[in-house]
Design a protein around this ligand. Sequence first.
Ligand code: DX5
Ligand code: ZN
Length: 218
Amino acid sequence: MQIAPSILNADLANLAAEVARVPSAELLHFDVMDNHFVPNMTLGLPVVESLMKHTDKPMDIHLMIEDADTWAPQYAEAGCYSVTFHVEAAKAPIRLARELRKLGSRAAMALKPATPIEPYADMLTELDMVLLMTVEPGFGGQKFLDLVLPKLRRTRELVKRTGQEIWIEVDGGISLETIERAADAGADVFVAGTAVYRADNPDEMVNALRAKATAVQH
Ligand code: DX5
Ligand code: ZN
């Protein structure tokens, strides 16, 4: 069970300091938006590269951009630990996943809440992680969509059938109220933006979230 704080909800003018506030986090979730794939714009590769000089934490890059095929490999080349592209954006997801792995990064694929997992069952072995959005991508602070839970269970089943260790990450509306439901349905990596960065003590919240997720029996 791993917690990945999303810096989208942190003070973006103080990124290095904000990252230092979550020493217990396993991963750092970085949301890249281009105002085309989602109606919002955040930060891109130059900021990621600068931030990496201030932290040893593995970077979990979530690309909410249209031209994933072009951009995703550049994050892998920069040394990002995990690079996630959206299947709705990628023109050649298998080629892209292979390229990411070849460049030394974990390859991950994200699905919006209404995108089914079944068409991608046969390509799961190309991936190190599947990210299931539990809100519509674009903004932090939205309400967790319980309607994604059945898909999460089906994804866990499909992953089991591959016999490989493929992580399942959930992103959006994860809090002390919702994390157990997500863990119970099969998630093992949890992105939390608002819950962590709006907490009085972000690092304590990271540990509290992990404790709740870990307490759920699979
Ligand atoms: C939303 C982003 C999320 C977001 C999560 O499009 O992908 O990573 O920061 O924020 P919360 O935890 O507030 O829903
Ligand atoms: Zn995200």
